[in-house]
Ligand binder design. Sequence first.
Ligand code: SAM
Length: 239
Amino acid sequence: MLKRHGSFTFIPVDIAKEFIEDCGRQLERDYPGLTVEPYGGLYMDGVRHIAARPEAKMLLFLGSSFSNIPLVEQLKMMVDIRMRLSEQDRLVLGLDMNTDREALSRAYDDQWSPWLRDNFICRLNQDFGGDMKKGKFEYTFDFVENPADGDTPSYIQLSLRSVGNQQVHFEKLSLDLDFQDGERIYLAEGMNYSCKWNLKQLRRLAERSGFTVEAHWANNENTYCIVCFAPAETIASSA
Ligand SMILES: C[S@@+](CC[C@H](N)C(=O)[O-])C[C@H]1O[C@@H](n2cnc3c(N)ncnc32)[C@H](O)[C@@H]1O
């Protein structure tokens, strides 16, 4: 972009404000012509902050974070972003495409399962004053591939499954939960976590939120894709 435009402004958005401020200073030293104006806050507040500027904009979410947003929220977020963009602006998302069960199992299950189980239980106990016992829950990983509606991407579901009937108390919530043997507690907001997309689903997402897929670039293995969305003339759907 510097080669093409000579100069431009980069506005990183992250709740870790000090971190992006440090990185911003380093980037400005490394790339003469670049201006970095970090915005410390939530993604959508950052989008609103950036959208208020008059220049042509490219919004980038390269780190697959978009795929961890609950499914219903994804569409709302796309529509919200679309309403704030002008014709010359672009939205670029980095998205996972890998649906290889073995690879996914290696990434989300196998080696990680004891660690993830303990981490989740520890966090729930700590935040809500719970008395969940590590030995009384099993970590489970499911991959839901291409749900039948055709529009929804494949996704991962992580849960803890109760070993036997038991009651768990969460002091800070004044809540007792009765678990039947095998009953689960899901570990992500909404039903999805780490969505895996195909092009049809991406085009449908674009169509429903008022974008078109202008370009896309996948890696050789077809496991990761960068997608450039351009504003369409009309917004087809109600989110
Ligand atoms: C996996 S990386 C995010 C990658 C990158 N933002 C993307 O998708 O292009 C995790 C970073 O996101 C930040 N983060 C997570 N949720 C956020 C939110 N709702 N608003 C702003 N920053 C967030 C964390 O502070 C952390 O530095």
